[in-house]
Design a protein around this ligand. Structure first.
Ligand SMILES: NC(=O)c1ccc[n+]([C@@H]2O[C@H](COP(=O)([O-])OP(=O)(O)OC[C@H]3O[C@@H](n4cnc5c(N)ncnc54)[C@H](OP(=O)(O)O)[C@@H]3O)[C@@H](O)[C@H]2O)c1
Length: 295
């Protein structure tokens, strides 16, 4: 499996988005053993980046479900691969009656990070990402709270998510040289609006983690080849799945891009992981970009 830089880490060029196993638009969940088997299959395939979040859970009262699942899968795997990175997120709240909110206060984030550390069963979180801006607060102030968590040794690296270029610049300012390790924004053939952020990160040496890189749960990821036939045509030429071509196209946009395709089924992540080794010609990359532009 090819690797890419993620701050001080070197991780597989394709990560595993663990969310669908605990939260998805189909509202269909694998049983525990199948979910653990999916994470094990990802590790077997050479995946060394797992993305989770404290809010990924089937319901508000199972908050932390996905982090606990990741921890269980890692505990039961045997010898873990060198350089395995578990990335999680905080800053979104989820309470009784499915009330969702945001909280960027230091007090809340300290509690959130303690919860993630406990559920993941680790002393320090490899990569802690601010999940979504709390627009009621000053962006720089909240990023400063993430820096505090890093200074306190609870978090090794800091990333942000759902951020525009102005916010990325603020985070760079607050975190200092090399302090902002990653930006995780939605990006896929059906969602190109964050391409400016992707390009900006590429120029700054910041890892860009496309979320819902295939088009999301609820059918988007599964039907990407039907929605965007050029990916399916190129896939047929290579004898691979359209999903692999989508991920290879994203990888070709910049060596800072590390897609995190989600999966409930082991077959999905095993197939997606193989995209790290799929090389597209410049002409194929242009065709992919053009077809995505048309939509
Ligand atoms: N930061 C944020 O705000 C944010 C928001 C949303 C998501 N995320 C992160 O991004 C990750 C990925 O996004 P996502 O899960 O929403 O969407 P996605 O990766 O675009 O698509 C996942 C869907 O595609 C299917 N799939 C995956 N690989 C496949 C393959 N090779 N062939 C056929 N089908 C395949 C999966 O099927 P099966 O489930 O049947 O295996 C699943 O239904 C999440 O897991 C999460 O970690 C972050």
């Amino acid at each position: 499996m090819h690797t890419r830089a993620l701050g001080p880490f070197k991780v597989s060029a394709i990560g595993l988005g663990c969310m669908p196993m605990s939260m998805n638009n189909d509202n269909e969940y694998p049983d525990r053993a199948d979910a653990v088997a999916t994470i094990h299959a990802a590790l077997d395939a050479g995946v060394t980046l797992l993305d989770t979040a404290d809010i990924y859970a089937p319901s508000w009262d199972t908050f932390g479900h996905n982090e606990e699942l990741v921890a269980e899968a890692l505990r039961t795997y045997g010898t873990l691969p060198d350089g395995l990175v578990v990335a999680t997120k905080g800053g979104i709240t989820r309470g009784p009656g499915e009330q969702w909110g945001r909280d960027g206060s230091l007090e809340y984030l300290r509690t959130a990070v303690e919860g993630s550390l406990r559920r993941l069963g680790v002393d320090v979180i490899d990569l802690y990402q601010w999940h979504r801006p709390d627009r009621s607060m000053d962006y720089a102030e909240v990023v400063g709270h993430f820096r505090t968590l890093a200074d306190e040794g609870k978090v090794r690296c800091v990333g942000i998510s759902n951020a525009n270029i102005e916010e990325i610049r603020i985070a760079q300012d607050v975190l200092g040289d090399g302090g902002l390790v990653s930006v995780q924004n939605e990006f896929s053939p059906r969602y190109r609006a964050s391409e400016d952020e992707l390009r900006y990160c590429a120029g700054q040496g910041i890892a860009f983690l496309p979320w819902s890189p295939l088009g999301g749960t609820g059918g988007g990821g599964r039907s990407v080849g039907e929605e965007f036939p050029a990916f399916a045509e190129i896939a047929a030429d290579h004898g691979v799945s359209p999903q692999q071509v989508v991920l290879a196209w994203e990888l070709a946009l910049s060596d800072r891009v590390i897609p995190i395709p989600g999966a409930r089924r082991a077959e999905s992540i095993v197939d997606s992981a193989a995209a790290a080794d799929l090389v597209l010609s410049a002409e194929e990359v242009s065709r992919c970009s053009a077809t995505a532009d048309e939509n």
